[in-house]
Ligand binder design. Structure first.
Ligand code: 6PG
Length: 425
């Protein structure tokens, strides 16, 4: 077998999808997973790509099978598993080798790990990978942090496997050490906010107008053909159309209304506040997830606090809802970019905001029509670096803010929760 261009440690959902993507682009990949059966399962479904994938029984065997300089990517859960993998790799690698962390790591951990690994004469990259399993398999958006020397040798592989927006690879070297993971964290903060805003509008139609999910889906399909075009609005339409095969009920009604979180949304809020920035919409989204996770408390509370006032039923203007979603989405992105600006100043990263918007246009979870406008705004003349003051966004906000106010006012009087929409006002 030819020498692998990439080692992959951690071959779970994301690791295996990335390995297949890399193999599809002509590279051999050396694989190791704690549970070897996971690698066997990947090889069993790899088809034509199988000959480019090699299973190894230990990290030592994987390293020994690769020719230096090696590039070894970790796709293991953030935190202790990343730490343990680095500890195992350090004594096995030689100067010129690169360790890559492709998980959702805390950027502060990535900063410390870069310093430690580079002090040992090796190279380190922290890469935020967005797009879930589908993205990883067919083209993710990737945010890279590390030295130019670490990035240059592996850049061609990542550019080949990245999502393409009109031919432009959605991957960029954004800054040193933790810069890539920081940008991915803020991406996720925006993702939390966008999901919450979409869900709140759904809640108004569901609880306020008593409409069935399948009756609400066409609205999201229609919105996805307009200014709100985005992956998240698109899949919301599909999710609301989906029917549970077992019960015949709408899928959203058979899923327990209790959401977890891995931490990136919360980190965005913590870092924003630490730097004196407002992340109010993202904070509202994190808070809403916390409330949703406290299902037992909500069940106890329901009869005690029932009918605490508010007429829960009424009709919302659909044009107002679309405008409200558009304005609040712009504000969520604007908050995200403000946080990036503050971090860039604090850490001296010199982030390229237009480039960040460009690599978010395809592959990642928050990809949307808006991002092309945001990229153009950053490429143009932006008063004080503030997105909402641009020639494009200022008039849009002025045109639609009235709709957002009306929706929030009506929802509040009806006793329906709109914490993220309200924060956007
Ligand atoms: C992505 C996603 C992905 C995942 C996050 C957030 O960009 O592909 O952000 O990384 O959704 O881990 O997970 P939680 O929503 O569970 O915190």
């Amino acid at each position: 077998m030819a020498t692998a261009s990439m080692g992959m440690i951690g071959v779970g959902t994301m690791g295996s999808a990335l390995a297949l993507n890399i193999a599809e682009h002509g590279h051999h990949v050396a694989l190791y997973n704690l549970d070897g059966a996971t690698v066997d399962a990947l090889l069993a479904r790899a088809g034509d790509l199988g000959p480019r994938l090699a299973k190894h029984e230990s990290v030592e065997a994987l390293v020994a099978a690769m020719a230096p300089p090696r590039a070894i990517m970790m796709m293991v859960p953030a935190g202790a598993p990343v730490e343990a993998t680095i500890e195992t790799l350090l004594p096995l690698l030689a100067p010129g080798d690169t360790i890559i962390d492709g998980g959702n790591s805390d950027f502060r951990d990535t900063q410390a790990r870069t310093a430690r690994v580079e002090a040992a004469g090796l190279r380190y990259l922290g890469i935020g990978v967005s797009g879930g399993e589908e993205g990883a398999r067919h083209g993710p958006s990737m945010m890279v942090g590390g030295t130019g020397a670490a990035w240059a040798p592996v850049a061609p592989i990542f550019e080949a496997i990245a999502a393409k927006y009109e031919g432009d690879p959605c991957v960029a070297h954004l800054g040193p050490d933790g810069a890539g993971h920081f940008v991915k964290t803020v991406h996720n903060g925006i993702e939390y906010a966008d999901m919450q805003l979409i869900a709140e509008v759904y809640g108004l139609l569901r609880d306020g107008e008593n409409r069935a999910p399948a009756d609400i889906a066409p609205l999201y399909h229609r919105w996805n053909a307009g200014a709100l075009q985005s992956y998240l609005v698109e899949i919301t339409g599909h999710v609301l159309d989906a029917v549970d095969a077992e019960t015949g009920k709408p899928v959203v009604d058979v899923i327990v209304d209790k959401a977890g979180q891995k931490g990136t949304g919360r980190w965005t809020v913590i870092e924003a506040i630490r730097m004196g920035q407002s992340a109010s919409i993202i904070e509202a989204a994190v808070g809403a997830r916390v409330l949703s996770s406290e299902r037992a408390t909500r069940q106890v509370a329901a009869p005690i606090l029932a009918e605490a006032g508010g007429e829960r039923h009424g009709v919302f203007d659909e044009g107002d809802l679309e405008s409200a979603l558009l304005v609040s989405r712009i504000m969520a992105y604007a908050q995200g970019f403000r946080i990036l600006l503050a971090a860039s100043e604090e850490f001296g990263w010199e982030l390229d905001y237009a480039r960040i918007a460009e690599i978010w246009r395809a592959g990642c979870i928050i990809r949307s029509a808006l991002l092309d406008d945001i990229a153009m705004a950053f490429r143009g003349d932006l008063p004080n670096g503030r997105l909402i003051l641009s020639d494009h966004f200022a008039p849009l906000l002025k045109e639609h803010i009235g709709a957002l106010r009306r929706v929030v006012a009506q929802a509040t009087l009806m006793g329906l929760p709109v914490q993220a929409l309200a924060s956007a006002v």
